[in-house]
Design a protein around this ligand. Structure first.
Ligand code: ATP
Length: 253
């Protein structure tokens, strides 16, 4: 899985693997230097959460899968950290739920857009959106709000892992149903989301895919019930409690 020299039984294996992938992403021109800082922030929260998927995050992943399967035009937004950490897993999820992939960068440069699109194609993507940039999210300055009109511009459901708070708010204001993957339950992006998944993208993306495979034959009513039962505020509160009281406190809820 890695191509690195990190032994799998190392106690901090996941964290070292993540660092290695992000570093390689920067070297390949996929991840920005800002992305390194975002990674450090994420790692601290993952440590506090016990570096595992909380039961409430698993519920969120299931609700996300049900939402994606029921969507008309789902889009998975890919930034430099996501491309470096989970390229093949992202392509796989998009295939399973029939979503488009769109490169969407906070610091948009043509070089990085191209590098990420190429990287995703090397990991099996047939089509990657984002390079046309003929649409915009209202309420954001041009560089931050540029999207593809037939991608995020036309989407009803958007998966936005590690998204900046302003953009997450603008997407919600534009009427998109947002699925946010972020390790910090206090960050604005998950607080804006219809479905916040407080988990590491390394675990969350394959987990949503596994739930989507399981729910592929579920009826629309069954999927709706899963989404309705999910309570985003409770999921955020559980993750916060896990951080304050130790991650295993969340198992009791
Ligand atoms: P906001 O403006 O929403 O308050 P922020 O300024 O806290 O956001 P950024 O630094 O822009 O956020 O983005 C980094 C976010 O991504 C952090 O919330 C961090 O926890 C999260 N993050 C970093 N790495 C991962 C990862 N591997 N999996 C999930 N989330 C991650």
């Amino acid at each position: 899985m890695t191509g690195t020299e990190i032994p799998e039984d190392h106690p901090r294996y996941a964290s070292l693997l993540t660092r290695h992938r992000i570093e390689a992403g920067v070297e390949k021109g996929i991840t920005s230097k800002q992305g390194l800082i975002a990674q450090g922030r994420g790692e601290a929260f993952d440590y506090l959460l016990g570096e595992r998927t909380l039961p409430s995050a698993d519920d969120a992943a299931r609700a996300a899968a049900a939402t994606l399967l029921s969507a008309e035009r789902p889009v998975f937004s890919v930034n430099g950290n996501v491309a470096a950490l989970v390229p093949a897993e992202t392509v796989e999820l998009a295939e399973v739920v029939d979503a488009d992939l769109e490169v969407n960068l906070f610091n948009r440069t043509e070089e990085r857009m191209e590098a990420i699109a190429t990287h995703l194609r090397e990991h099996g993507a047939s089509e990657v959106k984002g390079l046309t940039g003929d649409g915009e999210i209202p309420g954001l300055e041009h560089a931050r709000g540029t999207v593809d009109a037939d991608g995020i511009g036309a989407a009803d459901v958007v998966v936005v892992p590690l998204e900046d708070g302003d953009r997450a708010e603008a997407l919600a204001a534009a009427g998109k149903t947002e699925i946010v993957i972020d390790l910090n339950p206090g960050s604005r992006s998950p607080r804006t989301a219809a479905i916040p998944i407080i988990d590491n993208v390394l675990r969350a993306v394959p987990n949503v895919t596994a739930h989507a495979r399981e729910l592929a034959d579920a009826s629309p009513a069954e999927r709706r019930a899963i989404v309705e039962e999910f309570d985003p505020d409770a999921a955020l509160a559980t993750a916060e409690r896990a951080i304050r009281e130790g991650s295993f406190a969340a198992d009791e809820e």
